[in-house]
Design a protein around this ligand. Structure first.
Ligand code: ATP
Ligand code: LTN
Length: 329
């Protein structure tokens, strides 16, 4: 079985964007691949985190993965926490010494996030290398993500190729990003030219998987659209309405064509009301599962098993790489 790997930062409550680019894809692919799904808690500290809040978010993220349908009873599903495996940071250091400052400084996400902080950390610059280590440690062939992470997966590809060439062996599998056809970039509800982000400062911009019914309806009804009052899918000229259609498609399984057909006669109000209904139904079901899961012992059992399994694989890969670069005796 080929390997598939992804992670979602526990930097806040997961959004419907994280569901679309990350979790939903894992659920769709979990029967077909050996799946490595982890919580990149070390990535979250590239910006300041409150330690208690971070620990709560880690457990909540795992609870949400399971509540959405990630099936940890499958023997090919491995769920784990990044910081419980020391090889991620160790491999990251080796890869940092094979990466160039220029290529790090060119990363879109770094350019955007560094603008938000007057004094950003070195971790914010080198974060994509840690991500490459996460992927390359396990020889993952496929990396499901949203469009914002595509460039980082490309860096992981380049580092794999660079390392294999320099040390003249197939040390790493060269990974490929997997983007959903619809919903690779769910947009901010208030500023639809931007992507929806869980660490937004405007709570009306994002729908969180744990939002209550009233908030979901309010946020959808107040989403920015345009003055044309014509339901059509045109991401460039009608980003707000196209975003609503994408979200609808992600959560209903209906195609964009079917949705445009269904809503083309009406105004944006009808589309918004129907979308709010779909989201309330889906998210309430996830939240019911979530409450049960958080009270059970299933999370810790799955994380223990995942930690042990992935540490063994990572150790073997790291030792091979460490020897190749000449470290130790
Ligand atoms: P932060 O605001 O802390 O940067 P984020 O909401 O951007 O977080 P990440 O943890 O960086 O989310 O991303 C987790 C996964 O969700 C990644 O695969 C990412 O590509 C995907 N993702 C994030 N936002 C969106 C979005 N708006 N649309 C589709 N996929 C998304
Ligand atoms: N960088 C990603 C989270 C992440 C990840 C990974 C995703 C860390 N390591 C490995 C896929 C594969 C993010 O911020 N969304």
């Amino acid at each position: 079985m080929d390997r598939l790997l992804t992670g979602l930062q526990p930097s806040g409550c997961l959004t419907i964007g994280n569901y679309s680019g990350g979790i939903k894809q894992v659920i769709n692919y979990q029967a077909n691949y050996e799946t490595f799904l982890f919580v990149p808690d070390m990535h979250a500290t590239t910006v300041t985190q409150d330690p208690d809040e971070l620990r709560k978010n880690i457990k909540s993220a795992v609870g949400l993965y399971l509540a959405c349908g990630v099936d940890v009873t499958r023997p090919n599903m491995h769920l784990y926490i990044q910081s419980e495996n020391l090889y991620h940071a160790n491999l990251s250091w080796i890869l940092e010494c094979h990466s160039y400052y220029g290529e790090m400084a060119r990363m879109h996400q770094f350019k955007e996030k560094s603008k938000l902080h007057e004094n950003f950390t070195c971790g914010l610059v080198t974060y994509p290398v840690l991500m490459a280590a996460d992927i390359l440690l396990y020889d993952a062939k496929y990396v499901p993500t949203g469009i914002d992470q595509k460039q980082h997966v490309e860096l992981a590809r380049n580092l794999a190729i660079r390392f294999n060439n320099r040390y003249k062996d197939e040390f790493f599998v060269v990974p490929e990003p997997l983007l959903p056809t619809i919903g690779a970039k769910i947009r901010d509800l208030q500023e639809p030219t931007k992507k929806m982000s869980k660490s937004t400062t405007n709570p009306k911009s994002a729908i969180f998987l744990l939002d209550n019914e009233k908030d979901i309806r309010k946020k959808i009804m107040s989403a920015q659209t345009d003055s044309e009052a014509r339901v059509a899918f045109d991401e460039e000229n009608k980003p707000g309405v196209s975003n609503l259609l994408s979200i609808y498609s992600v959560f209903s399984g209906m195609s964009i064509e079917e949705l445009v057909e269904k809503f083309s006669g009406g105004g944006y109000g009808d589309l918004k009301k129907a979308l709010a209904e779909v989201l309330v139904e889906k998210l309430t079901a996830i939240q019911d599962n979530y409450s049960k899961i958080m009270q059970s012992g299933i999370i810790d059992d799955a994380l223990d098993a995942g930690r042990d399994y992935t540490n063994a694989i990572a150790k073997e890969k790291y030792e091979k790489v460490r020897r190749a670069v000449g470290y130790g005796r």
